[in-house]
Design a protein around this ligand. Structure first.
Ligand code: GLN
Length: 454
């Protein structure tokens, strides 16, 4: 049924870069056979899922939304992919994304933009717009995204779906094509909080193949989502981050947020205001750290090891072939990030730019620590605005970057954060998201609040 639905609507939505019809049907058949044979299967066995095209899939193309990896077929599965298969989930295909996960609208994909199912003239968020749009268009009930600065939560917010960035190190990065390794984190996307929690427990957990994987038990997020569903938040302390309002925020988004806070109070939560002054510097710090790491990570696309090779006619040096390949293979935003990152890391500038940004990162972590000493979770709007029209921000990188104002602090500090649907804006009738943030390894706290609010 989901493959049929993809056939019907994906021409208009463009959520998928690759649909693996045969692989999906085989996986589904296998689950049927296991059940018929009396084997024990997990709670999500047989459930279809869409995978952001940044996670490797053995034998199935992985492009990361880039021309440079066009035609590349990975020889191995990412740990997330492997865990999904082991749990019997049925992988429908790979979803569209901004090239190398750099963007907030999916317009930076080399394969055309994804459209927001609520209004196909608008963006579905990014970089994981395909994973969010696939849920909103009922092409898949579950999907996987990755969140470096907001790429799970912001698409979730603008498509009216649930998006979770787990604690950094909670989900393995093995097989996740690296953008900014100290920030990248894969996570679950779903239409309900409980669905996200069930998926979270499938993909999370220690992995020796990822050196930053946390060797600790997976937070009990399913139990927390079930507990929250009883709608009682008494004893829960919620902090409203005072930095996330004012200029640049749509009044409709702020009114939705006020209503959300009132509802949390009604459910019994105690709500206080919390100031996190260093959050004002999160965006500039992020746009030094993320491009710096990207400039290093993307050096591996050298025309020799993976993907396309341009100009190798027997007359050119390896260096010339590398330059021609990178020129043709990378899009403008990726080139911009490589240049910014190379500059920020260069000798003489390193301390002033990269070094300062790392200090700001520490201050942001301290703001979180101070806040979580008095509250259980923090809340804010997920995004300053609802889905904007396709094309509106493509020539204005700063405007595009601001879509992640509220989501970036959690990446810099490494703690858990999610977006849960918060109704429709009374201004334009488009979905708004409520962001809930929790301390590292306390992912269950935000699931409880989200399930009660939902
Ligand atoms: N929009 C942010 C960026 O372009 C975040 C992207 C992400 O989370 N992958 O860097």
């Amino acid at each position: 049924a989901h493959l049929d639905r993809i056939g019907e609507v994906d021409g208009a939505v463009n959520a998928f870069l690759h649909v693996d019809t045969e692989g999906a049907l085989n996986a589904a058949r296998k689950v049927d056979e296991d059940i018929a044979a009396g084997a024990h299967v997990g709670p999500l066995a047989g459930v279809p899922i869409a995978l952001k095209d940044v996670l490797t899939t053995e034998g199935v193309p992985t492009t990361v939304g880039s021309k440079i990896l066009e035609g590349w077929i990975p020889p191995y599965d990412a740990t997330v992919t492997r865990r999904l298969k082991e749990a019997g989930l049925v992988i429908l295909g790979k979803t569209n994304m901004d090239e190398f996960a750099m963007g907030s609208s999916t317009e930076n994909s080399a394969y055309g933009p994804t459209r927001n199912p609520w209004d196909t003239d608008r963006i579905p968020g990014g970089s994981g717009g395909g994973s969010a749009a696939a849920l909103a268009a009922f092409e898949a009930p579950l999907s996987i995204g990755t969140d470096t600065g907001g790429s799970i939560r912001q698409p979730g917010a603008v498509t009216g779906t649930v998006g979770v960035k787990p604690t950094y190190g909670g989900v393995s990065r093995y097989g996740l094509v690296a953008f900014s390794s100290s920030l990248d984190q894969a996570g679950p996307c779903a239409r309900t909080v409980l669905d996200a929690a069930l998926l979270h427990e499938v993909i999370a957990g220690y992995d020796p193949m990822d050196s930053t994987s946390i060797d600790a038990p997976v937070p009990p997020v399913v139990a927390a989502a079930r507990e929250g569903a009883n709608g009682d938040l008494s004893g829960v302390r919620v902090g409203v981050v005072t930095q996330f309002s004012g200029e640049g925020y749509q009044p409709g988004v702020l009114r939705s947020f006020e209503a959300a806070v009132a509802q949390l109070k009604q459910l019994g939560a105690e709500v206080v205001e919390v100031s996190c002054p260093s959050f004002d510097y999160a965006l500039p710090a992020y746009y030094l750290i993320a491009p710096s790491e990207a400039s290093s990570n993307l050096a591996r696309f050298d025309a020799m090891r993976y993907g396309i090779r341009v100009g190798d006619d027997g007359t050119r040096s390896a260096e010339e072939v590398m330059s021609l390949t990178r020129e043709a293979g990378f899009g403008p935003e990726v080139k911009r990030r490589i240049m910014i990152g190379t500059y920020a890391l260069s000798s003489g500038y390193y301390d002033a730019y990269y070094g300062s940004a790392q200090k700001v990162r520490t201050l942001i972590s301290r703001d979180f620590d101070a806040a979580f000493a008095t509250v259980d979770v923090l809340v804010s709007p997920t995004t300053p605005t609802t889905a904007f029209p396709i094309g509106e921000r493509t020539n204005d990188p700063m405007a595009m970057y601001k879509a992640d104002l509220c989501t970036i602090p959690a990446n810099l500090a490494g703690n858990a954060a999610m977006s849960v649907p918060s109704g429709l804006s009374d201004e334009d009738g488009l979905p708004v998201g409520l962001q809930i943030m929790a301390p590292a390894l306390q992912d269950h706290r935000m699931y409880r609040v989200a399930a009660a609010y939902e």
